[in-house]
Design a protein around this ligand. Structure first.
Ligand SMILES: Nc1ncnc2c1ncn2[C@@H]1O[C@H](COP(=O)(O)OP(=O)(O)OP(=O)(O)O)[C@@H](O)[C@H]1O
Length: 251
């Protein structure tokens, strides 16, 4: 069973350069984490005392102003950064969609990129082959799938990235503010796909500045401010009749 448990997580970014700042009592707080220390031992406290638990089916929206710690928290969940303090326990395979362009070979076609990404995620060539048509169909890229990735617009790249990440059956999917690149019709489709994923007992964590996207996609909302939890709210899942019909249709 998938789950995420964070207890009192903190993360500091150490600044190895000597930076000159006002005296601590005269500093003006900015939008980001706290700047601490002095001389060459300065650091930014990006996360401070973060605790929460997620279980199968949860869709957590991470919100907060610039520098609040959303991306840092996603990177801690993905294992890119080791927390400076606290404990983290994750059950399940974690996949991430942080930046639409990362992980794509610009010169390779969309189709070839699907194979490469699948292999990196531990899929065999025949498993990728089985998923190939579904991934292409969901992306709606048509003949562009056989053109090099560098010829895609941002929205087209987002379609391919999302289609791939969600077709390879992730147990836990982390996403950072990318979905806005897709057009309105693709966003609707993407939302339904996320509902499906969450129903297959997965966990989704989505960081975004788009409050209405978070409201419509997520079941929980964690608001960060200067690296700390300002609030954590849960809302009942609301679905329209149309969405229910689509979700219950066999694949
Ligand atoms: N490599 C780094 N070195 C030092 N400080 C960093 C580094 N990366 C991020 N920070 C700091 O950590 C804090 C949190 O940044 P983070 O990128 O997690 O915020 P965010 O909520 O994702 O912001 P945004 O909405 O602007 O994308 C900020 O104060 C930022 O200045």
């Amino acid at each position: 069973m998938v789950s995420i448990k964070l207890h009192n997580i903190s993360l500091v970014y150490r600044l190895h350069e000597k930076v000159t700042l006002s005296a601590p009592d005269r500093r003006v707080a900015g939008p980001g984490g706290r700047i601490e220390g002095s001389g060459r031992k300065q650091f930014v406290q990006a996360l401070d005392g973060i605790s929460f638990e997620l279980k199968a089916g949860d869709r957590l929206g991470l919100v907060g102003p610039n520098g609040a710690g959303k991306t840092t928290l996603l990177k801690v969940l993905y294992g890119i950064y080791e927390p400076s303090g606290g404990s983290i326990a994750i059950e399940g395979k974690v996949d991430a969609l942080f930046n639409i362009n990362i992980g794509f070979r610009r010169e390779a076609t969309g189709r070839r990129n699907i194979v490469l990404r699948g292999l990196i995620s531990g899929w065999t060539e025949s498993e990728i082959e089985e998923k190939m048509e579904e991934i292409i169909a969901f992306s709606e890229l048509g003949d562009f799938i056989d053109l090099p990735f560098k010829s895609y617009s941002q929205g087209m790249a987002a379609r391919l990235a999302f289609s791939m990440a969600t077709s390879l059956d992730p147990e836990i999917l982390l996403m950072d503010e990318w979905i806005g690149a897709g057009d309105a019709s693709f966003q609707d489709k993407a939302k339904r796909r996320m509902d499906e994923l969450a129903e297959k007992a997965g966990i989704i964590v989505l960081a975004s500045h788009n409050e209405s996207l978070i409201e419509s996609v997520c079941t929980k909302k964690l608001t960060l401010k200067s690296g700390q939890v300002e609030s954590l709210t849960t809302k009942p899942i609301k679905r329209s009749r149309t969405e229910k019909t689509v979700l219950s249709r066999p694949r």
